[in-house]
Design a protein around this ligand. Structure first.
Ligand code: NAI
Length: 467
């Protein structure tokens, strides 16, 4: 008989834990879902009117279930103890120091969450690895858990990686392409898989729920992100050829994407991918390949990240070269700071690299993003390459409240994030307020270049030549 899950606990109230478990509560009113975090500020925000993350549709889901069968708390032990099933959705950032620094995932949060479950659990649990982890992490979790289980308590471990994309998280969760559940190939493993599958079956068609062994599930998540990022780096590599030859990257992407073997999605050239996952997960795969003594495989995937860095630097060089080889004391309006539209997340955002480079070249930078706070922007821009001193930074960087304010008296506009509102701007008004010649660098290929040229702008678009 399948275990009936009545209470769920989620460790980690971040971009994954929050939306994922809020949707489970929304779709399964008979299940009590408690999301816990060690970060009290974050939990307080989840319990307020101002949720800690921005995602279209998230408010509706949270406000509908909060206080009914959805709870946010810092009482980790109580929530663990009450739950039949525990999602581990803690962060797994790239290691900053020690063995594998710069590549390997830092599994300290996973391990401490696992140890906490082992220490405080007084009844059997299904423990679900939701965080993205290197292949065979579940083995370590199982060893820790089993060392602490006894006659009355058993732990079953599952891998259930999350495929949501920020900006469309709620839609992705409500209508997933697939749900992946990896488990041990034992009777108990199958039983645990079925218990989790039953939850998803409340709203996901059965044929979209895939069950595999644990290691396939773990590796599939890294592989999916590597393949997606690889498409972006591939199209970005081609964008460099376009700029040098007169081919147009949008036309090339369209022509290639019409081939049903290739498909049209994820072929948009840009200033480079960002976000907390792509780079981290590929570097993780690179490290794993090296550990497995597969240097050619490691080098292959590493190139996807290297190309992404190259794309950002190439864009900055083009901007400086176009602005007569110097941007010292010029004013640059950066439109967008989030790593993509419809999120306030700035982790690994291309805008950070661009802005840091502009500051180092002694330009003045005006930044506008509809969802990123001034505090976050200054936090992201402070560091060894620029300065840790916010006062110093404020001499070079101004965070403003609109694209119009950002563009006033600017020499150039740089579109760093593809927010829809940037397509609707009154560019006649913007042109009048800028220094002449007025330049626009479209790093997201969202603006109508011909229209802008007719207003008087000098327009530079990624993947298009200017000759
Ligand atoms: P996040 O940093 O937003 O959230 C993680 C949360 O876990 C933090 O609030 C942290 O305080 C909390 N935490 C750490 N240790 C804890 C513990 N022992 N007990 C309770 N809470 C604890 O990270 P995010 O973005 O939610 O990512 C989580 C995992 O999901 C990562 O492995 C990531 O790679 C993966 N992932 C992320 C996606 C995304 O779009 N952000 C998409 C798919 C997977």
């Amino acid at each position: 008989m399948t275990t009936q899950v009545k209470k769920i606990c989620c460790l980690g109230a971040g971009y994954v834990g929050g939306p994922t478990c809020a949707v489970i509560a929304y779709k399964c009113p008979h299940i009590q879902v408690t999301i816990v975090d060690v970060n009290e500020t974050r939990i307080n925000a989840w319990n307020s009117d101002n949720l800690p993350i921005y995602e279209p549709g998230l408010d509706k889901v949270v406000f509908d279930r909060r206080g009914k069968n959805l709870f946010f708390t810092t009482e980790v032990e109580k929530a663990i103890n009450e739950a039949d099933l525990i999602f581990v959705s803690v962060n797994t950032p790239t290691k900053k120091a020690g063995m594998g620094a710069g590549y390997a995932a830092d599994l300290a949060y996973i391990e401490s969450a696992t140890r906490q479950i082992a220490e405080v659990a007084r009844s059997s649990k299904i423990v679900v690895e939701k965080s993205t982890v290197p292949c065979r992490t579940a083995e370590s979790m199982r060893t820790i858990l089993e060392a602490n289980s006894h006659d009355d308590i058993r732990f079953d471990i599952l891998s259930n990686p999350e495929f949501l994309a920020e900006g469309t998280a709620i839609n992705d969760l409500l209508y997933p392409d697939r749900v992946l559940i990896g488990g041990l190939q034992t009777p108990e493993g199958y039983k645990a898989q079925q218990a989790l599958a039953k939850i998803y079956e409340q709203w996901v068609p059965k044929d979209k729920i895939i069950t595999t062994n644990l290691w396939s599930s773990e590796l599939s998540k890294l592989a999916a992100n590597a393949l997606l990022a690889q498409r972006i780096s591939s199209i970005n590599a081609l964008s460099a050829i376009c700029e040098a030859t007169g081919a147009d990257i949008d036309e090339v992407a369209y022509a290639c994407g019409r081939d049903s073997r290739i498909g049209p999605r994820f072929l948009k050239a840009s200033v480079g991918f960002g976000g907390s996952c792509f780079q981290k997960d590929i570097l993780n795969l690179v490290y794993l390949s090296e550990q497995l003594n597969l240097p050619e495989v490691a080098a292959y995937w590493k190139q996807v990240v290297d190309l992404n860095e190259y794309q950002k630097k190439r864009f900055v060089s083009r901007i400086i070269k176009t602005l007569f080889n110097t941007i010292t004391n010029k004013r640059i309006a950066v439109l967008g700071f989030a790593f993509k539209k419809d999120t306030g997340d700035t982790r690994e955002s291309a805008a950070i690299t661009l802005c840091k480079d502009f500051i180092q070249e002694n330009a003045h930078v005006n930044i506008y993003d509809p969802k990123v706070s001034e505090q976050q922007i200054f936090y992201d821009l402070s560091g060894p390459e620029v300065t840790y001193d916010i006062k110093d930074l404020k001499k070079r960087v101004t965070v403003v409240q609109s694209a119009y304010e950002a563009s006033a008296n600017a020499d150039a506009i740089v579109v760093a994030t593809e927010w829809d509102e940037f397509k609707e701007l009154d560019f006649e008004r913007i042109y009048k307020s800028m220094n002449k010649p007025a330049f626009i660098f479209d790093g997201r290929l969202i603006l109508d270049a011909e229209k802008l040229k007719s207003i008087g702008f000098r327009v530079h678009t990624i993947g298009r030549a200017n000759f």
